[in-house]
Design a protein around this ligand. Structure first.
Ligand code: NAD
Ligand code: GLY
Length: 366
């Protein structure tokens, strides 16, 4: 498999290349971009162990002067403290305006490396080399970068587009199955919000819950259609002035559930899956979506081994309260992305609290 998808945005247009075993060609791909000689590879210990040597060798092969910076793994280290460590490495390796940070890892590494690149010397190049499914189909594309504040997720950040994204699907072989499933939630999201064909391909697949049960053709469809969907949306609305908000499908209730469970119980994709079920049911209650289509969505979420019910013990009024603190609240009104058919959604702030309450009650573990 080999595809190249173009992301056309005002800040900086770039390609997403998807090719098996392409990690060994990272330097060759990058040398076409005429970047400066110095490169800093940012990763975490587990990824460095698996793929660090190959990435560094591929860069050195074409003459880059490479240094690396290894940050601790996990969402709780997505902080300004880690960014300071990254700045120290940038200083030590004498990164210049023409230099490049390579983000080798999942979304946590991608967001931090991107943010450091956005701010070091007021902006240097970043190349995203995503290694988790979620990072491949979502976080590595579109230029949202940032870190968490102790009071909230992703509160500190910047839009900074990568100059290139290299996706090597063969690295997914080592991704833990639960992480793979979490990434599948975002893939299903693209089927609902944008691409009917992708949705139907997923419906026709025998299994979606583990990488090893998928053939190369299906994985290729998943990656190319998802990246194309994200590229289409971001190209039309780089900084979320309007359309880009549809990428937050499932994230309104999802974020509330994630936050109330202290980001520990659920993976982000699992919370998004719950949020998509809730949004689907809200759309059905408001007579915007056919119940049969909501059932098709929920069946797909289940096939991917993702949750469709609220975690037990979660207080519904607490979810409603948390919705009010969401980043997507505008003038005190909660914005929902709701499906109108498979492949199309609309954004509305006209969802009565009672409808949300009723849907969440239906989703409580009985
Ligand atoms: P992650 O980066 O924590 O990676 C998940 C785990 O998988 C980590 O332990 C990582 O070391 C491991 N891993 C990654 N690739 C692997 C591989 N090939 N083999 C073995 N292990 C591997 O989590 P994630 O789900 O990739 O990303 C979540 C983050 O992305 C969150 O911080 C979220 O806020 C962010 N995000 C950003 C955007 C955006 O547009 N910028 C979009 C969605 C999510
Ligand atoms: N993940 C949502 C966005 O990139 O806008």
């Amino acid at each position: 498999m080999k595809s190249v998808i173009r992301v056309d945005v005002p800040q900086q247009s770039y390609d997403i290349a998807i090719a098996a075993n392409s990690l060994d060609d990272l330097g060759v791909w990058m040398s076409r971009l005429k970047l400066g000689k110095r490169v800093l590879v940012v990763s975490n210990p587990a990824i460095v162990k698996k793929y660090g040597e190959r990435a560094i060798a591929a860069l050195k092969l074409v003459g880059y002067d490479v240094a690396s910076c290894t940050l601790p793994a996990g969402e709780r280290y997505k902080t300004l403290k880690s960014i300071e460590k990254l700045y120290d490495a940038a200083l030590q390796h004498h990164l210049e305006r023409s230099s490049t940070i390579v983000a080798l890892g999942g979304g946590v590494i991608g967001d931090m490396a991107g943010f450091a690149a956005a701010t070091w010397l007021r902006g240097i190049n970043v190349v995203q080399v995503p290694t988790s499914l979620l990072a491949m189909v979502d976080s590595s594309v579109g230029g949202k970068t940032g870190v968490n504040h102790p009071k909230g997720k992703n509160l500190i950040g910047a839009f900074h587009q990568p100059c290139f994204v290299l996706i090597d699907p063969s690295v997914l072989k080592t991704l833990p199955p639960r992480e793979f499933r979490a990434g599948m939630a975002e893939v299903i999201k693209y089927g609902i919000i944008w691409n009917t064909e992708l949705f139907e391909k997923l419906e026709n697949a025998s299994r979606l819950d583990q990488r090893r049960y998928m053939d190369e053709e299906l994985l290729d469809i998943i990656l190319t259609h998802s990246c194309q969907a994200k590229a289409d949306v971001v190209s039309k609305d780089e900084k979320e002035a309007g359309l880009r908000a549809i990428l937050n499908y499932g994230h309104t209730i999802g974020h509330a559930v994630e936050s109330l469970t202290n980001y520990k119980l659920l993976k982000h994709g699992e919370a998004v899956a719950i949020g998509m079920v809730a949004a689907g049911q809200i759309a059905v209650q408001l007579r915007m979506w056919k119940p049969a289509d909501a059932q098709r969505q929920d069946a797909l979420i289940q096939k991917a081994g993702l949750p469709t019910q609220l975690p037990s013990g979660l207080d519904i009024e607490a979810i409603l309260d948390t919705l009010q603190t969401d980043k997507k609240v505008k003038d005190g009104k909660v914005r929902f992305v709701l499906p109108t058919q498979i492949g199309a959604v609309t954004v509305t702030d006209q969802v009565p609290a009672n409808v949300i309450r009723q849907v969440l009650r239906q989703m409580q573990d009985s």
